[in-house]
Design a protein around this ligand. Structure first.
Ligand code: PGA
Length: 251
């Protein structure tokens, strides 16, 4: 049985005061135990403050990216050990904004996934097609390629412990959400490719989140799908009320 997992991706938003208030508000509402795994992925500079504000609650901390090298002359980058050191448990990797705006390739993502796992962080590996690709009926090919290339060289047991997020690019921050049927189809396809490439047990173990305009009003129908194990939430994770509304869809 896969435990559902809801993660907020705050992206490059919020001031220090807003971030602390949001984390405190979530900690107070979620409390010490939750019906699913819960995390918030704060901007790097606010990670430590966010963790302090989450203290004592079931909400874990995640980062939005990491560099694959352990240390050294990599100006501006952050290592897995640094994220571990300040209490991060998760790291989002290969988000479409990093792929499309910052030019990250599957190979870059793959190196980061290896480094994160080796250092004890749980990666949330994002895949998803653009609108053009969907309209050209390339969705399955695109997500399979991204998934397999981003996870290249990992063992089946490493793959079983990570999280995949299916985020159609056309649904991110646009208010357009994939229908539950569209999302479930891609999640089921991803599980098929994982079963083929690794084995059925691994495919059954991997949690696959849906992301792209998830809100309190659409969370329940998406999360009720058999292969949708949670959500990666952008805009609606920036307010206590809307993030709690999504969490409520689980319990
Ligand atoms: P959104 O973002 O919920 O604002 O669409 C999702 C994401 O990019 O992870």
């Amino acid at each position: 049985m896969r435990r559902p997992f809801i993660a907020g991706n705050w992206k490059m938003n919020l001031t220090l005061a807003e971030c602390t208030a949001l984390a405190k508000g979530l900690a107070a509402q979620v409390g010490k135990t939750a019906a699913c795994d819960v995390a918030v992925c704060a901007p790097h500079v606010y990670l430590a403050a966010t963790l302090a504000a989450l203290k004592g609650s079931a909400v874990a901390l995640g980062a939005q990216d990491v560099y694959h090298q352990a240390n050294g002359a990599f100006t501006g980058e952050t290592s897995v050990a640094m994220l571990q050191d300040i209490g991060c448990r998760y790291v989002v990797l290969g988000h479409s904004e990093r792929r499309h705006i910052l030019g990250e390739t599957n190979q870059d993502v793959c190196r980061k996934v290896h480094a994160a796992l080796a250092g004890g962080l749980t990666p949330i590996v994002c895949v998803g097609e653009t609108l053009e690709q969907r309209e050209a009926e390339q969705t399955t090919d695109v997500v399979w390629e991204q998934c397999l290339a981003s996870l290249a060289g990992l063992s089946a047991s490493q793959v079983a412990g990570l999280v995949v997020a299916y985020e159609p690019v056309w649904a991110i921050g646009t208010g357009k959400v994939a229908t539950k049927e569209q999302a479930e189809q891609v999640h089921a396809d991803l599980r098929t490719i994982l079963a083929t490439r690794y084995n059925p047990d691994t495919a059954e173990a991997v949690r696959i989140q849906y992301g792209g305009s998830v809100k309190p009003g659409n969370a329940a129908e998406l999360l009720s799908q058999p292969n949708i194990d949670g959500a990666l939430v952008g805009g609606a994770s920036l307010k206590v009320e809307s993030f709690m509304g999504i969490l409520a869809a689980i319990s």
